[in-house]
Design a binder for this molecule. Sequence first.
Ligand SMILES: [Cu+2]
Length: 142
Amino acid sequence: MPNTAWLRLFGLGAMIVLGTWFGLRQFAATSPQFPPVSDFMVEGYRIQVSLYPSPTRALKPGTFTVTLRDAAGRLVSGATGAATISMPQMLCGASPFTLTETEAGRYVGEGIPLMAGSSVADVSMTTGDKSLRVRFPFAAVR
Ligand SMILES: [Cu+2]
């Protein structure tokens, strides 16, 4: 029965080839998708972070808009905001920027992602003696 042995070997080979092809295809198709707007609840505050454009471009400024509200939904003005862009899976550096209040409760800053891929913006809003931190995931493309 040498024929079945060859058939099995052929079957195994075909599975390996197909598996590798499928795996590579998945890897090549990795284009991370993130929503352009995320809502967070931190210590009774509501923080909304949005990014324009989304996905943003590596080494080009993207506009981050943070809207800060209290538990009752009222806009909180007079806070100070800062953010740092980094890639959690890499050691390619951090890109800090500040958020400036452009209208009541709305804080805007231009952040520059260092590389294409999955990034995060660690946003820190300080109001009174409270420091509120949220991590906003986003994608940058070439
Ligand atoms: Cu990187």
